[in-house]
Design a protein around this ligand. Structure first.
Ligand SMILES: [Zn+2]
Length: 309
């Protein structure tokens, strides 16, 4: 890597841009080539896949499976929101869905209950086994050049918290485009990073830019850069939404960064917030609230739904 100190611009091959953060031996640049922020150096795909293969759920997130299950009453809200958007954009005979990085399979389960033919691909053995236990058809492995062609063709391709982890998001979206039927849909969910509320929360709590987490998180998107990536790959954005702006807790004095107990308490509050709309029969109000936040570029996650021409 060559360093150009004058304007703090870094370059590594085709990747070039201003440094916006640095942590754990990685710089994060605003890459002019890729159109989004990402880490330098980037690991090779095979090295990353090896690191993930056996120990992601076991060693990095031992509570993930248990917590995902106990959150399902709440997670069902966002899952249903997405499926209803897909169903509004597609004719009723087009219900084949691929969930790339399906994790323990709860989204697949919700889709199947609504009549979707749902297939998952997931590298974690434990998560794939859990998803199969829910009745889903799951390919165990990474979504890549080798595995993609055998999966078939789909009306919806869903990527939940995948793109931030992989060395080449444009390549993966291109592969997904190849599996999408004409008029099919892609739905991508990533953290909404370097957002104004993160900056406000960091300032209020006196913390660092905690969301910068290489090599676990290699890429840092917002609504604009995610939409542009999808456009470059031949998808036309049709809808966007988000989830509760967790940074608001920091702005209100609840510094949950590095505090798992407080973080869990804040998470439980946002679950209550979302479920309170349901209890009051105000589902569409909750949806409008998150659509409006997303239009303003705010919210914890960037969720973009786009159609293949
Ligand atoms: Zn780049």
């Amino acid at each position: 890597m060559s360093h150009a100190a004058a304007n703090d611009s870094l370059q590594d091959g085709k990747h070039k841009g201003r440094r916006v953060a640095a942590r754990s031996g990685h710089d994060i640049i605003e890459c002019a080539h890729c159109g989004f922020k990402h880490a330098l150096p980037l690991p090779r795909a095979e090295d990353m896949e090896r690191a993930y293969r056996e120990d992601y759920y076991a060693s990095e997130k031992p509570t993930f499976l248990a917590r995902a299950g106990e959150d399902q009453d709440w997670a069902l809200l966002a899952q249903t929101d997405r499926l209803e958007i897909f169903e509004s954009l597609l004719p009723p005979d087009r219900r084949r869905l691929l969930d790339i990085g399906c994790g323990p399979g709860f989204f697949l389960e919700t889709a199947m209950r609504r009549g979707w033919l749902a297939h998952g691909i997931e590298p974690s053995r434990q998560a794939a086994a859990h998803a199969r236990g829910l009745g889903a058809e799951v390919t165990e492995g990474f979504f890549n050049d080798a595995s993609a062609p055998a999966l078939g063709r789909f009306d919806v391709i869903h990527l939940n918290n995948v793109l931030e982890h992989i060395p080449d998001p444009a390549h993966l979206i291109g592969l997904a485009h190849g599996l999408a039927e004409p008029g099919g849909i892609i739905c991508v969910n990533v953290p909404n990073d370097f957002s104004p509320l993160q900056i406000a929360g960091m300032t209020a709590a006196g913390t660092n830019d905690w969301w910068v987490a290489p090599p676990h998180h290699l890429n840092y998107f917002d609504f604009a850069s995610l939409s542009n990536l999808l456009k470059k790959s031949g998808f036309t954005p049709a809808a966007r939404t988000t989830s509760f702006p967790m940074e608001a807790f920091l702005m209100m004095g609840e510094n949950y960064v590095g505090d798992d107990v407080l973080g869990r308490a804040c998470h439980n509050k946002r679950k209550k917030f979302d479920l309170a709309f349901e209890a009051a029969g105000l589902k569409e109000t909750r949806r409008a609230f998150y659509r409006a936040l997303a239009e303003a570029g705010l919210g914890r996650e960037a969720v973009v739904i786009a159609a293949k021409a």
